[in-house]
Design a protein around this ligand. Structure first.
Ligand code: MG
Length: 248
């Protein structure tokens, strides 16, 4: 069942969303060659505390850290550790928190130092694909209109969308219904309604779409070793169209 949020609940989700957006913004400023992913996690822990929020990922099905840090061929769910960032890397930072009972969830992918033109294009296309999806988060549209907009834009630009992981509804729980694939034909699935809050998160690979989970049980990587990129926003469907809750 898709939970429709009241204006009061949307206000609460907007607060949680703004907190994760602030944290992502701060973390972006810390991303530079030589920094370990553990350091980024520590900084995130401090910020989450400062906002009187709680990390949503820590302990989620046993996940051992407060944020996910996924580098290069790693798509999502990378575990922070001693790995140091190197110029030319790309890193996705995924932050989830709870504040006053409501979840905030956001991801950005950031270049480290100088990256090639092709890599810049991957980041740009993934981000733009997210906005193509957001534009379809309108009352009375179909859920898969979002999926289709993302897939067609990504593939037109020569990249592929991951099939194994999807976006989701969000509220008091991090993962609510519906699941939101980043692929598929338009005009399918439930109709969208005012009061739905969705976490849209295109995951885009430079090569093939196939991915696998590493032996650590978490880190998802591309099978062909190609780079992978991930952006996520929380979006509320309102009478005036989509509102991006995680936009600062
Ligand atoms: Mg998410």
């Amino acid at each position: 069942m898709i939970i429709i949020k009241s204006p009061r609940e949307i206000k609460a989700l907007r607060r949680s969303a703004q907190i994760v957006a602030q944290i992502c913004e701060r973390l972006k400023g810390e991303i530079k060659p030589g920094v370990t992913t553990r350091k980024l996690d520590e900084i995130a822990v401090g910020l989450i505390k400062k906002y009187n929020a709680k990390p949503a990922f820590l302990g989620y099905k046993g996940f051992p850290a407060s944020i996910c840090t996924s580098i290069n061929k790693e798509l999502v769910h990378g575990i922070p550790g001693e790995r140091k960032l190197v110029s030319g890397d790309i890193i996705s930072i995924d932050v989830g928190i709870f504040f006053e009972g409501y979840c905030g969830d956001m991801a950005v992918t950031v270049p480290v130092g100088e990256v090639s033109k092709g890599v810049k294009k991957l980041l740009q296309v993934t981000k733009e694909a997210l906005y193509k999806g957001i534009a379809k988060a309108e009352d009375s549209f179909y859920l898969s209109d979002i999926s289709h907009a993302i897939q067609t834009f990504v593939e037109r630009n020569g990249f592929s969308v991951v099939r194994d992981f999807v976006g989701h509804g969000i509220g008091r729980e991090m993962h609510e219904e519906p699941q939101i694939p980043n692929f598929g034909p338009p005009g399918k699935g439930p109709r969208l309604n005012v009061g739905m809050v969705l976490a849209l998160e295109p995951m885009v690979n430079m090569g093939g779409w196939q991915v696998k989970v590493l032996d650590d049980g978490w880190t998802v990587v591309t099978i062909d070793g190609s780079l992978s990129c991930h952006f996520e926003h929380m979006v509320a469907i309102t009478e005036n169209g989509p509102e991006i809750l995680t936009e600062l």
